[in-house]
Design a protein around this ligand. Structure first.
Ligand code: ZN
Length: 43
């Protein structure tokens, strides 16, 4: 999904811009899509 707000990636700790592709990890934090351990998005 796309970020609707600015946040920080919990994996690489870089900023996530609004509109970037992000994923939510099981702990409830947001990470870049490419930083997620596994995608929760189904095809
Ligand atoms: Zn990241």
């Amino acid at each position: 999904m796309k970020a609707k707000f600015k946040t920080t990636c919990s994996e690489c700790e870089a900023p996530i811009k609004a509109g970037s592709e992000i994923s939510k990890i099981p702990s409830g934090k947001w990470v870049h899509k490419h930083c997620a351990p596994e995608s929760e998005e189904l095809p």
